[in-house]
Unconditional design. Structure first.
Length: 65
């Protein structure tokens, strides 16, 4: 059996400046993974492409208000 490649995680550029409120994301074939950067062995939320796009669009849309 072939091992799955490890996701490449990146921190949100909008996380708190104190380093205590960071989330990390990783893009994968099926969508996006999200985890707490302080607990990298903890739970991971997986969302599909459409859900991620809707989330990002909602966040960016609220920035302009």
């Amino acid at each position: 059996m072939t091992a799955l490649p490890q996701p490449t995680w990146f921190k949100s550029s909008y996380s708190g400046g104190s380093g205590t409120e960071c989330v990390e994301c990783a893009f994968v074939d099926d969508g996006t993974l999200i985890r707490d950067s302080k607990n990298v062995e903890g739970p991971v939320i997986a969302v599909g492409h459409d859900a991620w796009a809707s989330f990002v669009q909602t966040i960016w849309g609220s920035k302009s208000r």
